[in-house]
Design a binder for this molecule. Structure first.
Ligand SMILES: NC(=O)c1ccc[n+]([C@@H]2O[C@H](COP(=O)([O-])OP(=O)(O)OC[C@H]3O[C@@H](n4cnc5c(N)ncnc54)[C@H](OP(=O)(O)O)[C@@H]3O)[C@@H](O)[C@H]2O)c1
Length: 291
């Protein structure tokens, strides 16, 4: 196989939907609405093109304001939103997509996710059916899930197959993304393998481990070796694992720092030292929900 071209700040991931997604994302969870437009504007000025938002973050309108004012063509921007966890149902999906479109004025949403596998089987599959309809209606380009464990993914895959068998090709929709917490202290091998084997893109949330591990010797050592910061090593690790990392910061210097992940790479040997085989989430973990 020929070597893959080096990653750059314009690299994209190919989604099973046929669309492309910029590899480096920018998260806005916990960014106060009044600070979001300025922060997103700064991110867009420093090569980010992919904004990870959600209805639950209560800052969709402010994030979209920065997209509208950026002067960057809509086709080069990538905006994600998510169905609120307490609205995981068919009606919740339809309402959530309609409200995002109204709030943002973006015309279409690049990626819409089921935020979490809540609502039981009926809620999850209903929400998925709502997203499939949103794609058909041209409201959304690509759809996916977030915080799905293997059992939720298998339930969804079986449902998609059933719909295809009953109603024809494409009726079940296309699963493009699973967004889960991922970093060296939470490798989630089974979920990652399930997705990557099928070409489902894995987005890594909390890729900086919420800045709680910056003093870890293994990270400090690599940061010194490469002349980078611990945050840059973490984002680069994520890219080299084939994930789409979504670092968040409201701080201008840190927004720039977190994008300084191109033009250098972590050696295979050093990547190996970050295979920690841990289960240490820093956020919630709905992947384990069993209802
Ligand atoms: N689907 C889900 O359920 C889910 C859950 C959580 C997150 N997410 C998505 O993933 C994104 C990222 O996750 P996250 O926000 O939880 O965690 P994160 O990106 O791992 O960490 C963000 C934290 O790290 C700090 N930080 C950022 N850059 C830094 C740097 N260079 N040096 C030191 N500290 C730094 C930030 O503070 P400052 O802002 O002050 O810089 C903030 O406190 C979210 O914004 C959201 O879009 C999705």
């Amino acid at each position: 196989m020929p070597p893959s071209p080096p990653l750059t700040n314009t690299s994209t991931a190919s989604l099973l939907s046929g669309h492309k997604m910029p590899l480096l994302g920018y998260g806005v969870y916990k960014t106060p609405a009044q600070d979001t437009a300025v922060a997103v504007h700064h991110a867009l000025s420093h090569s980010y093109r992919h904004i990870d938002c959600a209805v639950a973050y209560a800052n969709e309108a402010a994030a979209a304001e920065a997209l509208h004012n950026s002067g960057i063509p809509r086709s080069q921007l990538f905006f994600t939103s998510k169905i609120p966890p307490d609205k995981t149902s068919y009606a919740g999906a339809r309402q959530s997509v309609a409200e995002t479109l109204e709030r943002t004025g973006l015309g279409y949403v690049d990626l819409y996710l089921v935020h979490a596998p809540y609502g039981g089987r009926e809620g999850r599959l209903g929400a998925w059916a709502g997203l499939v309809e949103a794609v058909r209606a041209g409201q959304v380009r690509s759809i996916g899930v977030s915080n799905y464990g293997v059992r939720h993914l298998e339930e969804l895959e079986a449902y998609m197959r059933e719909r295809e068998a009953a109603e024809g090709s494409g009726a079940g929709g296309v699963l493009s993304v699973n967004q889960v917490e991922l970093h060296p202290w939470l490798g989630r091998r089974e979920i990652v393998e399930w997705c990557q084997r099928r070409g489902v893109v894995v987005q890594a949330y909390a890729p900086l481990v919420r800045a709680t591990r910056n003093e870890e010797p293994v990270l400090v050592r690599l940061a010194e070796r490469y002349g980078k910061t611990p945050s840059q090593v973490l984002v680069r690790w994520s890219l080299q694992k084939g994930f789409v990392p979504l670092p968040k910061s409201v701080n201008k210097e840190r927004i720039e720092e977190n994008a300084g992940v191109f033009g250098w790479e972590i050696s295979d040997e050093d990547m190996e030292t970050l295979e920690l085989d841990c289960y240490e989430p820093c956020a919630w973990d709905p992947t384990v929900i069993t209802d």
